[in-house]
Design a binder for this molecule. Structure first.
Ligand SMILES: [Fe+2]
Length: 283
């Protein structure tokens, strides 16, 4: 076969095309997608959600992993998105840092710019507990006007109704104590639980009342295979629930993709996310 045969020409063109596509995809994964913030909207009909609070909107942020010097554009988008959506409540499920706690004051200065009528409540992630003392976390996060809870719970009183928010410690970086976190729960009150690692859902349910558990930890896989969505990277306590909504009997679970990254600052087919969750009462 001569070097000018149509088959050879085709395979050379196909190889060059694949190389170009691969280079473009790699460039996007490193330079584009980590800053390509998306807002995901999702309705949850909770079995014991009060009719008076139908339409209550929660912004869920998780896995911020703030990198000073690299994440400015991304966090400008996060702050702008939350302000634009004007949620009733903001809930954050941990991993504020990657490793260096010195990024915490800068991150918290940014978080001071967001607010909601019923406040901001936050729990820790494994990276925070590995690299920060609970006192450091409490001091910096509360300086941003955020209610930081670790194995503790709080009741919100809204329009004559009660919502209970228990927030667990990280199971990987600390010690979970569900009995302490659920201590203030009054039977029948809806529960929105903050739990960094999603697989804890299997331990909590059905021992503890949960209307909706909010989690992160997995980053949605951070890099997924396009179209089929397969996430090859699995993380401890994030193997059973990687991204999206799940249900076991009356208990529901939402796992967000998170905002930041760990390891390489790379995301593919798995963009950073602010989740806008609307609570619905059963009809
Ligand atoms: Fe994380």
């Amino acid at each position: 076969m001569s070097s000018h045969s149509p088959i050879k020409k085709f395979s050379r063109r196909a190889s060059l095309g694949m190389l170009a596509a691969g280079t473009t995809s790699t460039a996007w994964a490193f330079l584009g997608e980590p800053d390509h913030l998306t807002v995901t909207r999702k309705d949850f009909t909770l079995h014991n959600w009060p009719t008076a609070l139908d339409g209550f909107r929660i912004a869920h942020l998780t896995d911020l992993h703030y990198r000073p010097g690299d994440d400015e554009e991304l966090f400008e988008k996060v702050i702008a998105a939350v302000k634009k959506e004007a949620p009733d409540l903001i809930l954050i499920t941990g991993d504020y840092i990657i490793k260096d706690p010195s990024s915490l004051p800068e991150l918290c200065a940014k978080l001071k710019d967001i607010s909601a009528p019923h406040g901001i409540i936050a729990s820790p992630g494994n990276h925070d507990r590995w690299h920060c003392s609970p006192g450091q976390l409490l001091k910096h996060i509360e300086s941003a006007g955020i209610n930081y809870l670790q194995n503790d719970g709080t009741t919100l009183h809204i329009k004559g109704e009660r919502i209970f928010i228990p927030a667990l410690d990280s199971i990987w970086g600390g010690h979970i104590n569900p009995a302490r976190a659920w201590k203030g729960h009054r039977k029948g009150d809806p529960v929105i639980a903050l739990v960094h690692e999603p697989d804890v859902f299997d331990q909590l349910h059905p021992e503890r009342p949960i209307s909706l558990q909010l989690s992160g930890h997995t980053h949605g896989g951070q890099c997924r295979v396009p179209l089929i969505g397969y996430a090859p990277a699995k993380v401890r306590y994030g193997r059973n629930y990687i991204y999206g909504d799940f249900q076991k009997n009356d208990a529901q679970l939402w796992v967000g993709r998170g905002i930041g990254t760990v390891g390489l600052r790379v995301r593919f087919s798995c963009a950073p996310e602010v989740s806008l969750l609307t609570m619905r009462a059963p009809s």
